[in-house]
Design a protein. Sequence first.
Length: 214
Amino acid sequence: MSSLRRLLRANKLSYKRIRKSCRHLRDPLAYEFFREEVKALQAWAATGEIDLCYGDEMGVSRQAVVPYGWQPVGKSEAFMPATPSGNLTTLGFFYRDNRLESYLHPGAMSSAMFVKCVDDFASRLSKKTVLILDNASTHKSALVASQLARWRSQGLHIQYIPAYCPELNLIECLWKQIKYYWLQPSDFLTAASLRNGMETILAQIGTKYRITFA
């Protein structure tokens, strides 16, 4: 086995988790078009004329995303209790400079909740803002569609990206960091500790917790 590992490494291979991907399901032409569109919006935002924001929801539960972890040699195998309780949803509006507006609540997101959160977000904008969203049903429901003109009048413009193109939404990077790196195993012990862990992290995005984009 050790010889096999050396052979694989000598051939420029490394051992790492194989990730799931939906890239094969997306429209490549639509992806390329909107990739350029997002680049143009980023360049416009860099001039200071607009703000560019990335929105999405993230769900967490006590089914922790902790497939591996360091453990003392010779000790009993570490485990975490398997339980479906304590599900939380975070709706976030994230800026490239690590500013975050977040809304944390138990259970799943509904269109009515989404509209209420966007209303709150739009009421505090300081300049024209473009919000990047995916095509989740809560983002494109009839209720949401009926609010688009009103939000535009407040300076908030929604830009939908194509399906199966999470790379175009930078908030996905934030969700990955929270789930895989910033939440600690102890945060998943109870529903209360999970909520407290999430609240602590969300309150410190931009200070203790930051993402450096290339």
